[in-house]
Design a protein around this ligand. Sequence first.
Ligand code: HEM
Length: 485
Amino acid sequence: SCPPPARDSIPCLPRLPVLGSLPWLGGGGLPPHLLFSQLARRYGSLFALHLGPHYTVVINDHQHAREVLLQRGRDFAGRPSMVTTNLLTRGGKDIAFADYSPLWKLHRRLVHNSFTLFGEGTSRLQDIVLSSVDSLCVELLSGGKRGFDPSPAVTRAVTNVVCTLVFSSTYRHGDAELQEVIRYNDGIVQTIARGGLVDIYPWMKVFPNKSLSKLKDCITVRDRLLTCKLEEHKASLSDGEPRDLLDALLKGQTGSGRGQRSSGPEDEGITDDHVLMTAAEAFGAGVETTSTTLLWILAYLLHHPEVQDRVQKELDEHVGSERAVCMSDRGRLPYLDCVINEGMRIRPVSPVLIPHTAMTHSSIGGHSVSCGTRVLVNMWSIHHDPRHWDKPDLFNPDRFLDDRGQRVTPPFFLPFGAGPRVCVGESLARLELFLFLSSLLQRMSFRLPDGAPPPNLQGRLGVVLQPLPYTVVVTPRAGWESEAK
Ligand code: HEM
């Protein structure tokens, strides 16, 4: 019965015209997730600031996060329009950066179903991942006794999975087309992260901007390749089972009974542009996230050899060395699951998720929030909240086991987000993380090169939070020596 409090009752940083709260953000030294965690100690876990002209609410605790993502998920399922992402997605014809609309919902459902149709939960997807795992193992094992950076091989393996999943191409090491895919993806990832100011002040795009033109070049290469794949798929589409995600989307497009060929206004339904942008997004959202998560976990294993030993013991007991690990082993490998979860807790690759916007007047924590407000959920703060996590900076997979050794998933663990905008690739990502890590640790051990310092765990924020490059020495485990040259 009390009137709702005014919007300004959320503690807010001071602001200046045009600059917004920029002068109070410490000169840009800290990445946003750490800066926000620091500000939360001063202003409370729910505070607001002005990013240029945009009033933005920042959430640093799990209750408010669950309110925004789940309880009032619909209210906050919008996305702000940004210059770089508009370029990347032809004005929001993708899933991740498109604003909430009936067409977006249809599109998201189609993508979700296509994943299922094409192979989630079936052996098809598992076979794709396992064949990529095999090549990765051979590549890593032939790395020799000298220390080397595992990152290019891991990125290549994950890219290969997505290429097979999306358009059925599998590449051998060094293939020119695969190199091209990796190169343009990398270019996009580098520049999108630097888009920065253009996204706060869209009028800056009229000034020459080196990052922005590199982004445009990469997008041109990407679109040429994907358009070619799309045309090939259309020409060879048959009534049978979809061969891959492109097939499944093309079938869904006609299946939905809506218009297809041209890109156009909303009522045209899922257009070719949507299909193309979805394929592109499988790379954008699915490669860097998965490979970086794997690299973080490897980095922590180098710091904690006892954790690596324990995972290998679990694998030896429940799988052995006679056969490859498969998804049905997952139930028997609870500790490995905990290691994966702990990796995603301590270093969430998307530490402030993707910005949300309020699509309607709503409220957070009893404070009213007006339509159009931007909301950032700082998952880093939530995953490091000392009220919920004992010694949050310690890598301790056991925190995901209860007293009886059963797996638990605490409510303040949300590495894929939650609600209407939850990651669409979550089950694919989990399948990949499980098969990659279990197979690697079954077949080889990782250690630091003699005298090398352990990996730096601070990380660097690009589009995702990445570890700094580090080197490993790989040795085959008993039964797998023949794979090492
Ligand atoms: C969104 C995490 C892998 C596709 C997201 C979000 C997070 C996330 C935190 C944002 C949620 C929000 O804004 O509230 C991860 C992690 C991954 C991973 C940690 C791997 C370890 C993948 C993969 C794909 C994918 C493999 C697809 C091939 C997407 C898409 C969205 C998304 C399309 C946008 C969803 C929407 O806005 O409705 N992911 N992701 N992700 N992810 Fe993932």
